[in-house]
Design a binder for this molecule. Structure first.
Ligand code: TMP
Length: 245
């Protein structure tokens, strides 16, 4: 390391009340993070960047708060955030991305535009002050959805990643894996679908395959979670993974 829907979690939530310092010159002040119990970073604690990934309906988002609580129990600051989004501008881009039809390259570029804000305003400052960052999706999602799903060449996505966040790679990526039919069944029961969620099964199969391909290519970073397991079992698995960090 420098290592749904546009509703909840509008900007990154942190356990610290103050806005983080700007990571780089020329970056606008960070939006105020929502506050919770102030925590003091433990000296010597290595900041970690953890991402949650998976196809829509795999159930990853329901486990994020619990993982954040587990980490907080160690007495470290935890910033919980999401992509696209995590900043005020990023959330506006998210609303567009999830609702407006656009060229697949526009979609890719807007994902990285939102990410640029997110890295500058939230992720890099948090890691720099010793916090752990837990993000509901990051650049693996662009490789999976825009790359695997829409067919944007991986070298183009990699070039954007190298430009927008050179050297920043998650320490751990939790990939919630589920057959598309099961995920679709879950979503049909629970909510109104956004522009990505209504894509046909083939699209999500390609997204899933690209996630699995990336996990196989960098196994040290990925843990694949069988999202068919019960929520209780998944919680236990996540507890074991986090306690091993
Ligand atoms: P979410 O519902 O998990 O919050 O994700 C929002 C949608 O955005 C989801 O369908 C995946 C999609 N997405 C991409 O297509 N590319 C990306 O780079 C990211 C971060 C998300």
């Amino acid at each position: 390391m420098m290592a749904g829907t546009p509703t909840s979690a509008p900007v990154a939530e942190s356990t610290v009340a103050t806005a983080p310092p700007d990571a780089e010159a020329g970056v606008a002040a960070a939006p105020l993070a929502e506050t919770a119990t102030p925590a003091v970073a433990v000296p010597g604690n290595k900041p970690r960047f953890i991402t949650f990934e998976g196809i829509d309906g795999a159930g990853k988002s329901t486990h994020i708060a619990a993982v954040a609580d587990l980490v907080r129990k160690r007495g470290v600051e935890v910033v919980v955030t999401r992509e696209p989004g995590g900043t005020a501008l990023g959330e506006e881009l998210r609303a567009l991305l999830l609702s407006e039809a656009m060229h697949l390259e526009t979609e890719t570029l807007l994902m990285f535009a939102a990410r640029r804000e997110h890295v500058s305003q939230v992720i890099a400052p948090a890691l720099a002050r010793g916090a752990w960052v837990i993000s509901d999706r990051f650049t693996d999602a662009t490789f999976a959805y825009q790359g695997g799903g829409r067919g944007v060449p991986a070298d183009k996505i990699q070039a954007l990643a190298d430009w927008v966040h050179p050297g920043l790679v998650p320490d751990l990526t939790l990939l919630f894996d589920l057959p598309r039919e099961v995920a679709a069944g879950r979503m049909a029961q629970s909510r109104q679908l956004d522009r990505f969620e209504v894509e046909l099964t083939d699209f999500h199969e390609r997204v899933r395959n690209e996630y699995l391909r990336r996990a196989a290519a960098t196994p040290a970073r990925f843990r694949i979670i069988d999202a068919n397991e019960s929520p209780e079992m998944i919680s236990k698995i996540l507890e074991n993974i986090i306690s091993s960090l």
